[in-house]
Ligand binder design. Structure first.
Ligand code: SF4
Length: 955
């Protein structure tokens, strides 16, 4: 008999049976609904969180009051209650996973130093790390690209991989998927997620089962929401706490219902749909909320399409973009090789809980309902700087032309309009010279629906040879030229319909005689080996290759900024002529300098459109009215001529859902992880010995650690302003992941430690070394500190610079920070709206703390970054109403006091006093964005890590 736990809701533990008669226990939500009838009408996502709260109710971390509070969730109540959510598992990618492993290793070192058993520090839930962020596209356009790129990856990352191997043997519940298998979210979707789970410690007969749920150290963890799994991205610091047995704490969320109706039109892709959804939800301000999709349209779209929509939740700002489990989810499990036993249990469990099936309109209570008729979605791209800026395909050419000369504040590039169509030969044979191409005649756009008809016979307006194509007698480049075309990212490469569409388009393009200019950096980097397998089986891979889209790696590549460099002559032509070059990628983010430091215009598009724009060569080619290119015998070929039909895509989908292929592929992780990985030798033992390395170093977060926390910092006085930033400062601005500049503080440090420029690797790969990372904080080449006065033309200086006070000497933020720390002067940052938006990146908070910054004052914060600041003991303070640093008239030379009156409480009022050079002062009240009681504890302990470590060592 199963041992009944002492539990405030013990009577809710019931039994379910699978179709073949196997029994399991479960904490019944239907039973709970007898006590709290509201439960039956709760959004599905809230009910899954409620099950976790119910199951883990131990009277300590999770209390009966927590269960009651959530069972009473009301659509429009004020949100003051905190939910302790214990997750089933944790997933990591390598950029964030390595520093997390370094923190765990540092905790073990502390335990050893304090005479405690190092094994006290051990993940309590399964932790899976996928090495996906490190491969770069150094080589492309050749069959050897994958092999060469992986060899370079292993050369560059040897020390990090050795460290991971140490971790694999030191921790019992820590697994690694080696490089070359795929992208974490795709592997999660296709392999890690197993439906329902039982605790490894459960000896009951029958055992207790519960739904999969997780947190991941990557914002796009939400991709898993596509198969009904509750999960989202958290910073590494919170993930550490989760894996060490702490609940993930959050304010009870609003849940926005998103009702989908209708059907996608012929030729419209999942990528187009997700760009629509992103742009709609950005306008709905869903930050900190769950979004739950429902209705007949949600039931009609495929599971990979749902996963694509879930993936981009961070881009629309939501905590999740959730799709409930239904028949399609079960079919997806079947098609991707989950066992019959798992599938049967999964289905039976969800049915027993009353959580199976796509909710109909009106069935459940939501905070608000947003609607979209799928039939209204049109082919789109998004950019050039933000994923929520959707552009209809037919408007891209004009949009780019307009933005070219618009001021930066209007999202433009601030260039002289007369230079828009200038072209410049590459300087391989001498100086580049300017010449003007013929002015194009632009025809009236055709209806988008018509685009997908065969239009080779239509007399559409076109630009002759187009400004896009380099002349045959030598390559020229100009504004809007596509210089990177990348089929990349988990968002899209997990979706067979868009990958097959890209392959089919490539086939038709090749057959029509189209080609891609060799200087365009083309790459195919799927998030799973399954993709190349089905593209090969469908006989389509070879056509992508013919257009230059050779397999470059199985990993994030261009999506995370690992596009590799452009040819030197291209870089030279861009910088010398101030060109606005373009990237077209099937990724989900396009913030400045993320894709390549020299490419200012980055457009997100579906994989088939990536291929089409690579052929067209310039984003000013209007694919709705102009030919994609010239085919055989100089014949104009239009997009409608090569765009695959839904029928053609469907016919090939059978290659993509092959359970056997999935099983065989993922067996290789254990059976055949690859020669390169097998040859990595890691050290052994419970405690890491921290060999000298520029990649891995013992983090300083536990220096001088004592079991008793220091008294909490009750505000500070005389702080200097480190930076004044505008809106939408991303975590990539704060802590870039990409290339390390030679002349930057991090570059100088690496060179001083014997690392040559060629071996710098990226910031992302060096997150195990705080010396590099703190020097890289605020070092994004595009960040603009508005303390530095504008130039005569209104332009702003870019890069991680500040004016050191007093005196106003211009220097790197890192250098100024070290001077302020030496003098014991605290510092603050001021920001605008959406401070810390973008990827979850704990180094954006860790680096902020290590630079001695005590508070960030902004108009609003992104969810994860705000939590991470608290988790590192930095105060997030939010302006109220229309207040801002601009309205205070700050220039950067003022001194700042932060006055916390009385005991620290969540969301309390805090006073900021601004002292000006003329002796006057001004006060403003801001809101403390420490949101929950547990966050107050974290802050008082100097952050989550010391808090958790004290708990574990005291146990
Ligand atoms: S492919 Fe892009 S979105 Fe996906 S995990 Fe990698 S970086 Fe994140």
């Amino acid at each position: 008999m199963a041992r009944e736990p002492a539990h405030a809701f013990a009577s809710m533990l019931k039994t379910f049976k699978t179709a073949s008669g196997k029994a399991g226990k479960y904490w019944s939500l239907k039973e709970l609904a007898k006590q709290y009838p509201n439960v039956d009408k709760l959004p599905v996502s809230i009910r899954i969180v409620l099950e976790s709260v119910l199951r883990n109710c131990d009277g300590k971390k999770v209390t009966a009051e927590h269960v009651e509070q959530l069972a009473h969730w009301a659509p429009n109540a004020e949100r003051t209650d905190e939910i302790p959510f214990v997750v089933t598992r944790v997933v990591l990618q390598d950029f964030t996973g390595v520093p997390l492993l370094a923190d765990l290793a540092a905790m073990r070192s502390v335990a050893q130093k304090l005479g405690k058993a190092p094994k006290t520090i051990e993940p309590l839930v399964p932790v899976d790390l996928v090495v996906d962020h490190s491969v770069m596209v150094d080589h492309y356009g050749t069959p050897k690209a994958l092999d060469l790129n992986m060899k370079l990856e292993f050369q560059r990352n040897n020390e990090r991989y050795q460290f991971m191997k140490w971790g694999m043997q030191a921790f019992d519940t820590f697994g690694v998927v080696p490089p070359g298998f795929g992208i974490v979210h795709q592997v999660n979707l296709e392999y890690f997620a197993r439906g329902v789970y039982k605790s490894p410690h459960d000896q009951g007969d029958p055992p207790v089962y519960y739904p999969d749920s997780l947190v991941g150290t990557d914002s796009h963890t939400t991709m898993i929401n596509g198969i009904g799994v509750v999960g989202w991205g958290v910073g590494g610091i919170e993930a550490e706490a989760a894996m060490l047995g702490q609940p993930v704490y959050m304010l009870t969320p609003d849940v926005v219902g998103f009702e989908l109706s209708g059907k996608l039109r012929e030729g419209v892709t999942a990528t187009d749909l997700v760009l629509y959804v992103t742009s709609i939800l950005r306008g709905e301000k869903v930050v900190g909320k769950f979004v739950e999709f429902f209705g007949p349209g949600a039931a009609s779209i495929t599971v990979p399409d749902r996963a694509t929509i879930g993936n981009m939740a961070p881009e629309y700002g939501a905590t999740m973009g959730f799709f409930p489990v239904d028949e399609a989810t079960v079919d997806y499990f079947r098609g991707t090789g989950r066992t019959d036993k798992e599938i049967e249990r999964f289905e039976a469990y969800y049915k027993a809980q009353g959580l199976f099936g796509m909710p109909a309109p009106g069935e459940l209570n939501y905070t608000k309902v947003v609607k979209l008729d799928l039939g209204t979605v049109t082919p789109s791209l998004a950019g050039p700087k933000r994923p929520q800026d959707r552009i209809d395909l037919g408007h891209l050419a004009t949009k780019f032309s307009e933005l070219y000369s618009k001021p930066i504040e209007a999202n433009g590039f601030n260039q002289p309009a007369e230079k828009l169509r200038a072209r410049y030969p590459l300087a391989h044979n001498g100086e580049s010279a300017e010449h003007e191409p013929p002015t194009p005649k632009v025809g009236a756009p055709l209806d988008e629906v018509e685009m997908f008809a065969n239009r080779s016979t239509k007399a559409a307006a076109h630009v002759g040879d187009t400004a896009a194509h380099a002349k045959d007698d030598g390559v020229t480049i100009g504004n809007g030229d596509v210089l990177i075309a990348a089929i990349t990212s988990c968002t899209n490469t997990s979706n067979p319909s868009v990958l097959l569409a890209a392959g089919l388009l490539a086939k038709k393009a090749v057959e029509a005689g189209l080609r891609v200019k060799p200087h365009i950096k083309t790459s195919l980097a799927p998030g799973s080996r399954i993709v190349t397998e089905y593209l090969e089986k469908a006989d389509l891979l070879k056509y992508l290759e013919k257009l230059g889209f050779y397999l470059a790696g199985y990993g994030c590549t261009t999506c995370i900024g690992n596009a590799g460099d452009l040819a030197p002559e291209i870089n030279e032509a861009i910088t010398k002529n101030n060109l606005v070059g373009a990237a077209v990628l099937s990724g989900n983010r396009n913030f400045e300098a993320r894709i390549h430091p020299n490419l200012k215009a980055n457009f997100l598009a579906s994989p088939p459109l990536v291929v089409a724009y690579a052929i067209a060569g310039n984003v000013m080619v209007d694919l709705m009215t102009q030919p994609v290119g010239k085919g055989k015998k100089g014949k104009d070929v239009y997009l409608g001529d090569i765009w695959p039909s839904a029928k053609e895509i469907d016919e090939n989908l059978r290659y993509a859902m092959n359970a056997k292929a999935f099983r065989k592929n993922y067996e290789q992780i254990q059976a055949n992880p690859g020669k390169l990985w097998s040859s990595i030798k890691g050290t052994t033992g419970q405690v890491y010995d921290w060999p000298k390395s520029t990649y891995i170093a013992e983090p300083p977060f536990f220096e001088g650690f004592k079991m008793e926390p220091h008294a909490a910092d009750a505000g500070f006085t005389g702080a200097r302003i480190m930076a004044l930033f505008g809106d939408s400062i991303t975590t990539d601005h704060i802590s870039p992941a990409g290339a390390i500049k030679e002349s930057s503080p991090a570059g100088i440090w690496l060179k001083a430690h014997g690392v040559s420029k060629a071996d710098f690797n990226s910031y992302g790969s060096r997150r195990g070394n705080h010396d590099v990372m703190m020097r890289g904080t605020f070092a994004n080449v595009r960040i603009k500190n508005l303390m530095i006065p504008a130039g005569p033309d209104g332009s702003r200086e870019e890069g991680g610079l500040t004016l050191y006070q007093p005196g106003g000497e211009k220097m790197f933020i890192y250098d100024a920070a070290m001077k302020y720390i030496e003098q014991g002067v605290p510092t603050v940052i001021f920001g605008g709206e959406e401070y810390g938006t973008g990827s979850s990146r704990d180094w954006a908070a860790k680096g902020t703390q290590l630079l001695g910054i005590k508070a960030v004052v902004a108009r609003s914060f992104e969810r994860i970054h705000r939590a991470n600041l608290v988790g590192m003991g930095v105060l997030p303070l939010q302006f109220r109403g229309a207040d801002s640093w601009e309205s205070l008239g700050l220039g950067g030379e003022e001194k700042i006091d932060v006055v916390i009156g009385g005991e620290l409480k969540p969301q309390m009022d805090v006073k900021i006093v601004v002292h000006r050079a003329d002796g006057t002062h001004q006060e403003v009240t801001v809101r403390l964005r420490i949101d929950t009681p547990i966050e107050v504890d974290y802050y008082k302990h100097g952050g989550i890590l010391p808090f958790v470590l004290r708990q574990l060592l005291a146990a």
